[in-house]
Write a protein that binds this ligand. Structure first.
Ligand code: ZN
Length: 318
């Protein structure tokens, strides 16, 4: 065999195995390998080495892919676990928010439907404990509301001090409210450049001020950190929606008690506590759909010895 041809073929064997020689050369090599044992055995050895190397490479790639997939599924598991943890942590807040919104919505809707009543009597009784700079005072104030066909009377007095009450007479669509002060014997016709009560139902919003306000605020994030529970009040089950101060160090809170069955706001409790003020107020609300006399909502005519004045108040006091 031609030694020159052998060395030429042997130099090209690697390329031949990797199929990177020209077709002409391929034919020559093929023919040579059939006839030359030396070169053929070298070829077979090289080819087998090459196959082994390729197999190892494939296995290495497979291993790498497997490791990568393992890491990916671990990451997925971690993310799922984290999501579940987040869900578990926030679930009570979400449930609370939905519950509180439902209760406040029901109470507000109840208020709206009650606003259509033509005659009613309502009463609120507030106990106030006030302690500032070691000067403790307590009081119990009562407010009574009479409403009939667009006319209203609101009576303010301290418990056991009805003689010194004052009364407010008004009418829907009127910009004058008449204040009658029984202690100083003064009748004050207060004029406002806006209507005091422009539509039916607004007197109720004075009584249920808390509900009217809370309804507007109910989507504030603050509600997430409020609490709710069910407590018995006057023998009836009530939702107690409690809003704590946004300051975690503060002991301030505001509670709205809503009768579970009637959806009526029956009690409001407020606590303010800081370095200068300790104040606690507890208001009970009572309303009755009952017949009201004309005399209950009209200015009495036995006020001859009262002084009359006409004052003008700024609009938008609220
Ligand atoms: Zn050869």
């Amino acid at each position: 065999m031609d030694k020159n041809e052998c060395s030429l073929v042997q130099n090209l064997l690697n390329d031949y195995i990797n199929d990177s020689v020209y077709d002409d050369a391929k034919d020559v090599i093929k023919k040579h390998l059939k006839t030359c044992n030396d070169c053929n055995s070298m070829y077979l050895q090289m080819k087998s080495d090459n196959d082994i190397r390729k197999k190892q490479e494939v296995r290495k790639n497979k291993d790498y892919l497997k490791k990568f997939n393992n890491k990916l599924s671990l990451l997925k598991k971690i993310i799922i676990v984290l999501l579940i943890i987040i869900l578990i942590i926030f679930m009570p807040f979400v449930i609370k928010l939905i519950h509180n919104n439902y209760v406040l919505d029901s109470a507000y809707n109840k208020l709206q439907s009650m606003g259509k009543m033509n005659e009613y009597y309502a009463k609120t009784e507030t106990i106030l404990l006030d302690n500032r700079a070691d000067d403790f005072t307590s009081s119990c104030s009562i407010t009574e509301y009479y409403y009939k066909d667009g006319k209203y009377k609101i009576v303010f007095y301290g418990k056991d001090d009805y003689e010194n009450r004052y009364e407010v007479y008004g009418q829907e669509g009127s910009d004058i409210e008449t204040y009658v002060y029984y202690d100083s014997k003064i009748i004050d016709n207060r004029e406002n450049d806006e209507l005091f009560v422009s539509q039916q139902g607004q007197v109720l919003e004075k009584i249920y001020y808390n509900i009217s306000q809370w309804d507007k605020m109910q989507f504030k994030l603050l509600d997430l950190f409020g609490t709710y529970e069910t407590k018995i009040y006057n023998g009836r089950e009530c939702y107690v929606i409690r809003k704590n101060s946004s300051d975690p160090k503060s002991l301030d809170y505001n509670e709205c008690w809503i009768d579970k069955e009637t959806k009526m706001n029956v009690r409001n409790v407020m606590n303010t506590q800081n370095e200068s003020v300790e104040q606690y107020s507890d208001t009970k609300i009572y309303i009755e759909d009952r017949d009201i006399l004309d005399d209950d909502v009209e200015l009495p005519n036995n006020l001859e010895n009262f002084d009359v004045k006409n004052s003008v108040v700024a609009a938008n006091i609220n």
